[in-house]
Ligand binder design. Sequence first.
Ligand code: AMP
Ligand code: FE
Ligand code: FE
Ligand code: ZN
Length: 294
Amino acid sequence: MVGPGGRADLHCHTVASDGALEPAAVVRLAAEHGVQTLAITDHDTLAGVAAAQAEGRALGVRVVVGVELSARTTHGSMHILGYFAEAAPPLLLARLAELRAGRVERAAKIVAKLAALGAPLDLEAVLARADGPVGRPHIADALIAAGHAHSRQQAFDRYLADGGPAWVASEGLAPIETLALIRESGGVSALAHPATLRLPDRQLAAIVQRLSHHGLDAIEVHRPEHVPEQRHRYGRLAERFSLVASGGSDFHRLEGRVRPGDTGEPSLPGDTIDRLWQRLPSAGPGGHPLPSPP
Ligand code: AMP
Ligand code: FE
Ligand code: FE
Ligand code: ZN
């Protein structure tokens, strides 16, 4: 079922971070699946957006500037999506550069721990594996190439998992700082894949309440892997805290069944981003004009 305004997908990855396809290819797949509004949300970078927007203009797909940020919490990382009215918000770009530099430093610390554990790696070779921000999956692949692990999962289980022997906590922002960065950069925010927080209902509700007090705008309700019970649960959270029910495919690669535009049934309404723009302080009478479709 596709509602008025067509189909939207507000969560997609490209080669600019850990996706496998070029931005233009992601836009083409989205267009083939009837997507009219697509956000490119690579981890810690906007590098894929311009090429996606160029393809979007050619194909009539509205491409939204987005990013996925990893906020650090005491029990692991929380992913928060940002969507921006402006193509290159200066504050955001400056902070993203710092976050990427922090990731290189962290990779170096992990590589030093691995050497002490008898699994030496060449740091330059690890960094060369990453087109965009370097992360533990790149280190896992380097461990496999060097014969220290048979699979990514084994590399995580032996060395890299949260709390594991070679793990180093990420130096990312706290969730509330992340929300502030997005808002100060003229953007709106969404809590990504709430299920991965693995929190019981009441604790999740308490956290979403706190985040909404600090400016959270949306929560992902429409995702391909969500069973009806999850859509219902997260949809109710959205209602309770006056958040927009957002979502997306979280597409990374063609292996697997998820394609751009797959957001589960019912699919994400095409006007979701417009409802998000309404929450910008500049929206409404007397404010700045809202970003318009291409
Ligand atoms: P990083 O951004 O460097 O902290 O890496 C995070 C990524 O590592 C996640 O997006 C997952 O793809 C992967 N990851 C984290 N923990 C595990 C785990 N226990 N097993 C397998 N993959 C994991
Ligand atoms: Fe990813
Ligand atoms: Fe994520
Ligand atoms: Zn993602």
